[in-house]
Design a protein around this ligand. Structure first.
Ligand code: TRP
Length: 335
């Protein structure tokens, strides 16, 4: 078993935004640089738990691949692929559907949120989504999983599934119990229109988020229009309580400038938001302009992007297939 094996997944359901970049992809790159074995998966099977226009699913999968590469993930160093092409994910997910208990699934807050009031109309896939996520991770015997706060509960479920499987089949330590790596400063980027909600691609207003492919004028406009409050920027972190929009802009600045929130407050305390917005816009443009250009350039070569995914899937299968076979043996499936 590998010492440290990192696995994470991103849904190819739209172009990525600043929240995905600072909270996830940038961290994936840092982990890759630490020389850990990294596996990054575009979870297209998760994406279809809500109906997707087939053409959009294809486009989004290629666009997220381009974004990964533009941000610095390397197809030679990390394994980059899409979930549906490695059958072990769905097969192991079925086994985990038989390990996880209804009582566990019924506690998943993300299902409750996503299904909303009309739970009867939600897909069965949305309900067992976390068992597929457990399969993603455990099919590689991954030890560490970089995820956002919102995925912590799913990771706990993964741990429960691993422990119950090992126990039910008396296969001690067969599935490792993976640890979450929860994001650093970068973190929870909130909507530019409502600092209490996460920046999200499902939010109707495009002004609420910065997309990685936004043109610079649009980035400037979005920051200029971002919601703030009527007070000046304080000196201490504690004074940001109940000022979510102020905290959000300062956090984004801190993350882009590689500074702590305290250091950032020192720079801006006592001033209004104009200065912060101007400097934040400059930082964002410096970072995102080349990124957006690179994404667009890569998107012109879809044959290359498809090749990256195909070769990634081949490498992924080399790890996942034997683990699935061993799982079948443990369960007693005749071959
Ligand atoms: N559920 C994750 C999200 O929406 C995506 C995901 C799927 C994932 N499988 C995973 C994340 C495995 C980490 C590990 O963000």
């Amino acid at each position: 078993m590998a010492e440290n094996r990192i696995f994470s997944g991103v849904q190819p359901t739209g172009n990525l935004h600043l929240g995905n970049y600072l909270g996830a992809v940038k961290r994936f790159v840092e982990l890759q640089e630490k020389k850990a074995e990294c596996i990054y998966c575009l979870v297209d099977l998760h994406a279809i738990t809500n109906w997707q226009e087939p053409k959009d699913l294809t486009e989004n999968t290629l666009e997220v691949t381009a974004t990964f590469l533009a941000c610095g993930l390397k197809e030679k160093t990390s394994i980059i692929f899409n979930q549906s092409q490695v059958k072990a994910h769905s097969e192991l997910a079925w086994i985990f559907n038989c390990v996880a208990r209804l009582g566990w699934m019924n506690r998943m807050t993300q299902f409750k949120e996503k299904a909303g009031k009309n739970r009867e109309a939600a897909s069965l896939g949305l309900y067992c989504y976390p068992a597929l996520m457990a399969a993603d991770i455990l099919a590689y015997h991954a030890t560490h999983v970089p995820v956002g706060e919102d995925q912590k509960q799913h990771l706990e479920l993964t741990r429960d599934i691993a422990l119950k499987f090992n126990n039910d089949f008396q296969a001690p330590d067969f599935f490792p119990v993976p640890e979450p790596i929860i994001e650093g400063t970068a973190t929870r980027v909130m909507s530019l229109r409502d600092g209490t909600k996460k920046m999200s691609k499902s939010e109707t207003s495009d002004m609420s988020r910065i997309n990685l492919t936004d043109e610079i004028d649009l980035i400037a406009k979005k920051i200029q229009k971002a919601k703030t409050d009527a007070f000046e920027i304080p000196e201490k972190k504690e004074d940001l309580i109940n000022r979510p929009e102020a905290e959000n802009l300062l956090t984004i600045y801190a993350s882009l400038a590689n500074k702590s929130l305290d250091e950032t407050l020192k720079i801006f305390c006592g001033s209004d938001f104009k200065k912060l917005k101007t400097e934040l816009t400059d930082l964002l443009i410096d970072e995102l302009k080349p990124l957006g250009q690179e994404i667009k350039k890569l998107l012109e070569d879809s044959a290359y992007l498809r090749k990256v995914l195909k070769e990634g899937s081949e490498k992924a299968r080399v790890i996942a297939d034997p683990i699935l076979e061993e799982t079948f043996d443990i369960i007693g499936m005749v071959k």
